[in-house]
Design a protein around this ligand. Sequence first.
Ligand SMILES: NC(=O)c1ccc[n+]([C@@H]2O[C@H](COP(=O)([O-])OP(=O)(O)OC[C@H]3O[C@@H](n4cnc5c(N)ncnc54)[C@H](OP(=O)(O)O)[C@@H]3O)[C@@H](O)[C@H]2O)c1
Length: 337
Amino acid sequence: MKILIPGGSGQVGTLLARAFVADGHEVVVLSRNPRPAPWHVVRWDAETLGDWAAEVEGADVVINLAGRSVNCRYSARNRRLIVESRVKATRAVGQAIAQAARPPRVWLQSSTATIYAHRYDSPNDEATGIIGGSEPEAPDTWRFSIDVARSWEQAANEAIVQQTRKVLLRSAMTMSPDRGGVFDVLLGLVRRGLGGASGDGRQYVSWIHDRDFVRAVYWLIDHPELDGPVNVAAPNPVPNAEFMRTLRSAWGIGFGLPARKWMLEIGAFFLRTETELVLKSRRVVPGRLLESGFTFQFPTWAEAAADLCARWRSGAVISTDPSDLRGLSNGRAVQRV
Ligand SMILES: NC(=O)c1ccc[n+]([C@@H]2O[C@H](COP(=O)([O-])OP(=O)(O)OC[C@H]3O[C@@H](n4cnc5c(N)ncnc54)[C@H](OP(=O)(O)O)[C@@H]3O)[C@@H](O)[C@H]2O)c1
């Protein structure tokens, strides 16, 4: 297959591109700042149609991941960039597909599991889940993230691409042992004795193991009956306190200093990020994937954490830096740490 990945230079795109290349597929990444990679990288501005649109012709699959990182303070400027980068990139991808003579058969459009409400009581699947934004106790920053997700999905929904199936990936945090990824950050806390519960620890964490993420993407490509929103998350989200306890146990460390809400607020300020990323209860389950027959290799966090810790420890970490070509073999760049 030819697989085009706008915004494919980040954590998720690199995971996917490496897996696709290893499986013998042709990968083209669209980037605003092309760098050498084991696949073809083409420049785009993530806003307007340009020469890059020729890459859509004859592509089998488009997976659009582009958008300014949400890991920042939600200042007025950053809010504008977070929304606009996603909406403009999605519109541009939609226009390129709409005008293609040989459009892709499927467009997987990134969205986020954060679109669902902050809740503890029941899990959110696609059919019965509650879209967030009106929870009485939700701070303004949490409502902002939901507005982002809604605008992002709306931009994709508005695109008229009659010959192309559209899937909205409502993804949970993808856990991989790569440096700089979310698992690496959480494990770093555990290794320093700081991996206790965050806040009151009751908030749910939705997550997905990197191998299941890649397998779910293949599944969505291969299943023409699946379109619209699909939750891409493991079936067993767990409360934060249990999530961190399980990670500590997988690493083999008994104690982890907890972080109270006020500590997180101060820490987030200095780290230029938002506490929403750890304090919002994300209880999201993959209703449609399971109904369609998808099975998870890592359905529980205990199994996933054990595998991720072992891979992190083994030192053979798949680099997230596409320019790191050291040790490239069989389509995989392996970075020794
Ligand atoms: N990581 C997760 O677990 C997770 C979970 C749920 C949803 N998501 C969503 O999935 C997408 C991919 O995730 P990721 O972790 O791979 O993100 P990432 O590492 O931040 O990569 C996203 C890519 O978007 C491009 N980008 C950055 N700023 C941009 C801007 N202002 N305008 C247009 N493009 C811009 C960048 O490519 P260039 O600089 O090369 O142009 C970057 O490589 C993101 O949109 C994210 O919100 C991720």
